[in-house]
Design a protein around this ligand. Structure first.
Ligand SMILES: Cc1ncc(C[n+]2csc(CCOP(=O)(O)OP(=O)(O)O)c2C)c(N)n1
Ligand SMILES: [Mg+2]
Length: 528
């Protein structure tokens, strides 16, 4: 190792020292120095077919590992193609570091190839966005941005590097500190005492946990809190699995009753956004006292641990009522999940995948109604095993998420459940997965339509425009042509054998399942 290097090498070294093992990228001359640096420092380079997938893969890496994922994208279009993933990561609090190339400072304003000021564009999509102005700052700025991504409210950060700065040289840092994340200041005990009192006095309490609990590494504390206080738990996003579905305090299908009838609803690490009807009636009761605790109030892990130490209660009657509603709702779902129809009901398809998947399989969702069905029906025993796009809802994030999940956890099954519409956005990433030997199994719910748009448009506007896809498109053949394994499935009983063959093939695979376009997701409101 030399004792000085160019900015690309220094950025790569800072990444390495922050624990980065994989860099997702797509080539462009503006980022050659960082690719060279990553190569030199033993960071595995995964080159994809569209920058959107590089950035989604980096976000997927973060979701699975709770480390910051890293993507390097070239100037101009490369950075712009990563914008949706930055926005999605911001919506999900996913720690993500996107490094962009940039036209040279020396000729700024003269119209270099792909010259644009990315920082202005991505500022609102990130926690922090900067341009590196000298090689001397390369190591420290990169290390600091990694820390920013992982601290307090975690989220995406961006740095672009003008090509003339990239090639500038600087000394390697003498001492290198290990990356330490800042979880936030100690929580406010006044606020916590108030919440604890509210929970103890509640007759019908409910706890709603979201991704913030995952990012705070607070799943054990959450479990102590709900068990100690006998508090029914609802989860969303990355908090799914924080209690196993068989647990007496875990509720998924009694959600509406729980929110409507609760006297106190403690919202932990979750936003009161459209998924929770903005914290308003009729989803919440008129008299429900909603108490929100998130990382803005300080270190969430410490806060939940403190609440757990103060918790106590019984609520047996309330829990029994919720259990009854839960059981009845699950019973109602059975007609869909056991349907023998061909074309296949998407709920049956998901139930078959659920029966097939290992307990620690990572399931990724990408699509419309198909993901709504999955979100309703797939249950996980542990957190970190269900990955969806979150509130930004960008179609096409699935292949990036899934490839990163498989790279992060090579010993586990990774199953991507994709709508046929969603599949089209990043289908070429099966080429990436073939080249890099990343055997993700994708199950396409092929209903030949953009169902989540077609059905509501028809019922609200009386017309469906631009809502159809090809009727029997052979997505399995697409994956086969790219060097993967493909199968067409027409009948529900053929799903599990096809899944077994796909896993056994050891290749990236696509099981293309003909699904019933008339099977509309039973939705109570339009998603807006
Ligand atoms: C990038 C992007 N474009 C458009 C949409 C709007 N949209 C949301 S769901 C959906 C339909 C998805 O269709 P498909 O993947 O086939 O799943 P299905 O609803 O048919 O199960 C569309 C077009 C979106 N969320 N993201
Ligand atoms: Mg579809």
């Amino acid at each position: 190792m030399t004792d000085s290097g160019n900015a690309g090498e220094l950025v790569a070294l800072a990444l390495k020292h922050s624990g980065v093992t994989h860099l997702f990228t797509l080539n462009g001359g503006h980022i050659w120095p960082v690719l060279m640096g990553a190569n030199e420092h033993g960071i595995r380079i995964i080159d994809v077919r569209h920058e959107q997938s590089a950035a989604f893969a980096a976000e997927g890496w973060a979701k699975v590992t709770r480390e910051s994922g890293v993507a390097a994208v070239t100037a101009g279009p490369g950075v712009m193609n990563s914008a949706s993933a930055l926005a999605q990561a911001l919506g999900n609090d996913s720690p993500l570091f996107v490094i962009g190339g940039r036209a040279p400072i020396a000729r700024w304003g003269m119209g270099s190839l792909q010259e644009m000021d990315h920082v202005e564009v991505v500022r609102t999509l990130t926690k922090k966005a900067v341009t590196l102005t000298s090689a001397e700052d390369a190591y420290a700025t990169s290390a600091e941005l990694m820390r920013t991504a992982l601290s307090r409210r975690t989220g995406p950060v961006f740095m672009d590097i003008p090509i003339d700065v990239f090639f500038g040289a600087a000394d390697y840092p003498e001492a290198t500190e290990h990356l330490t994340r800042d979880p936030g200041p100690p929580p406010d005990h006044e606020q916590l005492r108030d919440i604890a009192r509210g929970l103890r006095e509640a007759q019908r309490p409910v706890v709603i946990a979201g991704g913030g609990v995952w990012w705070a590494h607070a799943e054990d504390e959450l479990r102590s809190l709900v068990q100690g206080g006998r508090l029914p738990l609802l989860v969303n996003g990355m908090a799914r699995g924080m209690l196993p579905p068989s647990h007496a305090l875990h509720f998924a299908r009694a959600r509406s009753k729980a929110l409507r009838e609760a006297d106190v609803a403690l919202v932990l690490g979750a936003r009161l956004d459209f998924r929770l009807n903005f914290g308003q009636p009729p989803v919440f009761g008129e008299d429900t006292r909603i108490v929100s605790l998130d990382v803005e109030s300080g270190d969430l892990k410490t806060a939940i641990a403190w609440l757990a130490s103060e918790s106590g209660g019984d609520h047996a009657v309330w829990i029994a009522e919720l259990r009854e509603a839960e059981t009845a709702a699950r019973e109602r779902d059975r007609a869909m999940t056991s349907s023998d129809s061909a074309p296949v009901h998407p709920a049956r398809l998901i139930a078959e995948v659920d029966r097939f998947a290992d307990r620690d399989a990572i399931i990724v969702g990408d699509g419309g109604d198909f993901v709504s069905f999955t979100g309703r029906l797939i249950e996980r025993d542990q957190p970190g095993l269900w990955i969806d796009p979150g509130p930004f809802g960008c179609l096409g994030s699935g292949p990036g998420y899934a490839m990163a999940a498989k790279l992060a956890r090579p010993d586990r099954q990774v199953i991507l459940l994709s709508g046929d519409g969603a599949f089209g956005f990043a289908a070429m990433e099966f080429d990436t997965m073939v080249r890099h030997r990343i055997p993700v199994v994708c199950v396409v719910g092929n209903n030949g339509i953009w169902a989540l748009e077609k059905h509501p448009m028809q019922s609200l506007l009386g017309a469906s425009i631009a809502a159809d896809l090809g009727e029997r498109t052979r997505y399995d053949k697409v994956v086969e042509a790219l060097g993967g394994h493909g199968e067409l499935v027409e009948r529900p009983e053929d799903i599990r054998p096809a899944l077994a063959r796909a896993i056994a093939s050891g290749l990236p695979a696509c099981i293309n399942v003909m699904c019933d376009p008339a099977a509309e997701y039973p939705r109570s409101s339009v998603l807006m």
